[in-house]
Write a protein that binds this ligand. Sequence first.
Ligand SMILES: Nc1ncnc2c1ncn2[C@@H]1O[C@H](COP(=O)(O)OP(=O)(O)OP(=O)(O)O)[C@@H](O)[C@H]1O
Ligand SMILES: [Mg+2]
Length: 497
Amino acid sequence: MIEMSGICKAFNGNVVLKDVQFELADGEIHALMGENGAGKSTMMKILTGIYNRDNGVIKVDGEEVTFKSPKEAEAKGIAVIHQELNILPDLTVAENLFLGNEQTAGFGILKNKEMNREATRILKQLGLDIDVRTPAGTLSVGKQQIIEIAKAIETNAKVIVMDEPTAALTDREIHTLFKTIRKLQSEGVSFVYISHRMEEIFAICDRITILRDGQSVGVREIKKTTFDEIVQMMVGRELGERFPSRNVTLGDVKLEVKGLTRPGLCEDIHFNVRKGEIVALAGLMGAGRTEIAQALFGFRKMAKGEILIDDKKVKIKNPRQAIKLGMGFVTEDRKTQGLVVDFSIKDNISMTNFDKTAQSGFISSKQERTFVQNLVEKLGVKTASIDLSAKALSGGNQQKVVIAKWLGIAPKILILDEPTRGVDIGAKKEIYQIMNDLAEQGVAILMISSELPEVIGMSDRVLVMHEGKITGEVSGEDMTQEKIMHYATGGDKVVQN
Ligand SMILES: Nc1ncnc2c1ncn2[C@@H]1O[C@H](COP(=O)(O)OP(=O)(O)OP(=O)(O)O)[C@@H](O)[C@H]1O
Ligand SMILES: [Mg+2]
């Protein structure tokens, strides 16, 4: 169906793809895996006419092609869901869904009513039941991601490239997405599936191609390979334990939340986090986890409730106050809240450290450089220079920059909202190690995560939310996927799977 061979690409002399091969058969789901910066997104951008290639051949159905734009690729039946969301925040959900495809969707001159009805139907299939007339920008990242997926599916493509489609989705949405993928596969659609979540690769893919440092490492049939073999091929070494262990004696209660309420979002939330403890907030998308985090950090007002730090009542009206009180917040949406992609890596990292910079004051820009350089090295951000713009980084490396900028303020309380989203398996482990180090230094950590293995592997205690309330708390032996899912779906209701 698609054959890419000898693909080469350099950006400003920096070679990122060297003689890469990729082949997609008719009706297959083909995984593309590799560490952050390995070249996966670049390969797919070359396929779909976003980037030119320096060398190599692309054939579709045996015929040599060079697409000059994504539109040309789409005309040949190839659609892409990009890693970066391309939602226009001011347009409605329905408008976003049909943007540029009014013709294919068969509307001609768009009739709003029809369009809204159709959008509602399509999104329902993907498990998203919302008012399609709301501005897309008001939706959570996860919901925006579902809209992106729907957009690609609606082009009636023969090939759909999905670049990390599930990064912001929870298990239930992933399950629904997989059903849709399988249905389309049975109708003859092929998929290129890029993900850092190994469980997904094994659940849905037929074959896998692995890239390492811009080179093809090999192709395997999923049935004939193993988790360990893939990791080995990806990182070129054994990785050992997926979740490193830590050695902490828990200290006093650092953060306490009493009766936190934001009407319609979360209600009467009570919990605490001790020094050195990692507490996870689990739950399905929309359960209210991010809402709690935003209220804690002063991004949003809470209607009722108290926050105590070191047993003292505190008022947090804005993020600046939160930072002054020793809090850090790695947000879930790196593009709008975490990162200014047009700024350099250095400026992104030192920017959030405004208070630190103001207090301790970088005496010289040399000092600032050293500070940033250290963080970049500590986190293993793959970049030629800290002066490059964040835009040139691969998705996972952007995430590391977001984490770096919060580590820079040396927080006593750290809130992490989906800290490893889009991060490769090796770098994930580095982030876990950093979390452990912080906990060992007595930092109180509140982690929001939709990846249950991560929740179970990394936290001391899990608070599970459902529809704005904490429905259960599990720790120790009780931390199982089943127990967490039980509470995440309301507690008494049967888990639908
Ligand atoms: N527009 C660009 N300008 C300069 N360098 C770029 C550009 N796009 C990508 N790169 C570089 O190319 C390399 C491959 O990036 P790519 O985005 O393809 O990685 P990836 O495998 O998709 O990683 P991730 O898992 O983090 O998404 C990286 O080193 C990246 O910094
Ligand atoms: Mg990528």
